[in-house]
Write a protein that binds this ligand. Structure first.
Ligand SMILES: CC(C)(COP(=O)(O)OP(=O)(O)OC[C@H]1O[C@@H](n2cnc3c(N)ncnc32)[C@H](O)[C@@H]1OP(=O)(O)O)[C@@H](O)C(=O)NCCC(=O)NCCS
Length: 236
C-alpha cells in the first residue's frame, strides 16, 4: 500500500489537493464513526476536493434504507468483489475490527486514500509521513518528524508530538495526546482524553482507557486505566 512521505513532496501533493474529476468513494462502517467520516468528506469537498461519496458498506444491515442521506450498498464481501476502481474509507473505530475489514479488502480495484481534515496542517517543513487509509479528523495537531503507519485513525482534536511513531491500525479517540518520541506499536487503542507522555512505548494491541495518563511503558495486549495508568488486563 502507498505511504505518503510529505517530506518528499511539494505542498500541492497534500492528500487534500484538489481532484480533477469526481472520484468515487465509499465508507465501510455505517455507524456513528461512518457518519462522522461522511462529514469529513463533505468538509474536504467544501475545501476543494472532489470526492463522489456513494454510500456505505457494512456487514450489519442498517435499520433504515439510507444512512445520512446516502444508500446502504452491501456487505464487505460485496465491496471486495467490486469490479471497478473505487476509493474506500474504513470507518471502524476498533483497531482490531478495522484490521479485520482491511484484511478482506484485497482487490486491486480498491484504493485507500488518506483523508485529512483541511485545517490540519501537514506541510513539507513538518516532515510527517502518513500511510494509506489514515483518517485524520478536525482539530488534530501534528507537529514534526512524525510517522503514521497505514489505517491510523486520529479522531477529533488529537495531538501528536515530535518524533512520535504510530504504527498501522492505531486508533486515537477524541482529544487523545501522544507526547514527543512516544511509540505506539501496531493496533494500539487510546480512549478519549488518554495521554501518553514523551518517550513512552506502548505494546501492540494495548488498550488505554479514557482519561488515562501513561507514564511507563505498557506491554503488548494489556488494558491500562487511571492516572498514572496501571494495567488491569494483561492479554498477550
Ligand atoms: C478501559 C476500557 C476499554 C475498559 O473496558 P472494559 O474491559 O469493558 O472494563 P470494565 O468497564 O469492565 O471496567 C473494569 C474496571 O476498570 C474500571 N475502568 C474502566 N474504564 C476506566 C477508565 N477509563 N478509567 C478508570 N477506570 C476505568 C472500571 O471502573 C472497572 O473497575 P472495577 O473493577 O473496580 O469496577 C473502557 O472502560 C474505556 O475506557 N474505553 C474507552 C472508550 C472511549 O474512549 N471511547 C471513545 C468513543 S468516541
Amino acid at each position: 500500500m502507498t505511504q505518503l512521505f510529505f517530506s518528499e513532496f511539494q505542498d500541492d501533493n497534500h492528500p487534500n489537493a484538489p481532484l480533477g474529476s469526481p472520484r468515487p468513494l465509499v465508507i465501510v462502517g455505517a455507524g456513528g464513526l461512518g457518519r462522522e467520516i461522511a462529514v469529513l468528506v463533505a468538509q474536504l469537498n467544501e475545501a476543494g476536493s472532489n470526492w463522489d461519496l456513494q454510500g456505505f458498506y457494512d456487514d450489519k444491515v442498517p435499520a433504515t434504507p439510507t444512512v445520512a442521506g446516502l444508500p446502504y450498498l452491501g456487505t464487505i464481501a460485496d465491496l471486495a468483489a467490486t469490479p471497478t476502481p473505487l476509493a474506500v474509507a474504513v470507518a471502524v473505530g476498533s483497531s482490531a475490527g478495522r484490521a479485520a475489514v482491511v484484511g478482506q479488502l484485497t482487490s486491486t480495484q480498491l484504493s485507500f486514500p488518506a483523508l485529512v481534515h483541511p485545517q490540519v496542517a501537514l506541510r513539507v517543513h513538518q516532515r510527517i509521513s502518513i500511510g494509506a487509509g489514515c483518517l485524520i479528523q478536525r482539530g488534530c495537531i501534528l507537529t514534526c518528524d512524525i510517522t503514521l503507519g497505514h489505517f491510523v485513525l486520529l479522531n477529533l482534536g488529537c495531538t501528536v508530538g515530535h518524533d512520535a511513531v504510530l504504527e498501522d491500525f492505531c486508533s486515537l479517540m477524541p482529544h487523545a495526546n501522544v507526547g514527543g518520541g512516544a511509540h505506539l506499536e501496531t493496533g494500539v487503542y487510546l480512549g478519549t482524553n488518554a495521554t501518553i507522555i514523551q518517550q513512552i512505548r506502548v505494546g501492540a494491541r494495548a488498550t488505554v482507557g479514557a482519561g488515562a495518563v501513561v507514564v511507563r511503558h505498557l506491554p503488548a495486549g494489556c488494558t491500562a486505566v487511571g492516572v498514572p495508568a496501571k494495567a488491569i488486563i494483561n492479554n498477550q
